[in-house]
Design a protein around this ligand. Structure first.
Ligand code: FES
Length: 193
């Protein structure tokens, strides 16, 4: 029989007889392996991505989204540093205008009393104009046009022992004609200058 003679020949030559099934590659098997490999890769990518995003969210807790408000108290220098009129040097840093008039100095908090926008100082017209809904205030912050219900608030102001101006914008003085309130002449609402 020829098969017996072939195996005998292989045994004689010392080479192992290769199994017939192992030498043949099945195309459908290799395609299935490729699909499995891609599926595994997709699952691992998704898993690592998910864990990565959660880890970043965890790290985010160590960097809270803090709101940095400007300092409410500040030194505004000497009265002699100001000429008559509205001074804007502390508008950006402290949201205040320093106003000097003959005999007094006071500080207006730059917030519209309608809905809280920051008005613009219109030097040429000598008024404050709110860009949001058009309220207008005179150079003392007294409203005269638009929806603002009352004048802008004034900040607490004092002189320190060295005669420098100290402003505290967290302490406010208000005038509200509708409520019959006027704190603009209270001690602390202005300094004599
Ligand atoms: S917020 Fe100023 S007019 Fe409305």
């Amino acid at each position: 029989m020829p098969e017996k003679s072939e195996s005998k020949t292989a045994e004689k030559s010392g080479a192992p007889a290769a199994p017939i099934a192992a030498t043949k590659s099945n195309p459908s098997d290799s395609g299935k392996k490729e699909v499995d490999r891609l599926r595994r890769r997709f699952i691992w990518t998704f898993l690592w991505g998910y864990l990565g995003v959660n880890f970043l969210m965890f790290l985010r807790y160590f960097f809270p989204r803090a709101l940095f408000e400007p300092p409410t108290t500040f030194n505004a220098g000497y009265v002699a540093d100001y000429s008559l009129g509205v001074d804007q040097r502390y508008l950006q840093s402290n949201r205040c205008w320093v106003v000097r008039e003959p005999g007094r100095l006071f500080v207006i908090f730059a917030q519209c009393t309608h809905l809280g926008c920051t008005p613009d100082w219109e030097q040429a017209q000598n008024i404050f104009h709110c860009p949001c809904h058009g309220s207008e205030y005179d150079s003392e912050g007294i409203n005269f046009a638009g929806p603002a219900p009352r004048p802008m608030d004034r900040c607490h102001v004092t002189l320190d022992p060295s005669n420098q101006i100290l402003v505290d914008s967290s302490q406010r003085y208000i005038m509200d004609p509708a409520a019959g309130t006027n704190q603009f002449n209270d001690p602390g609402a202005f300094i004599s200058a």
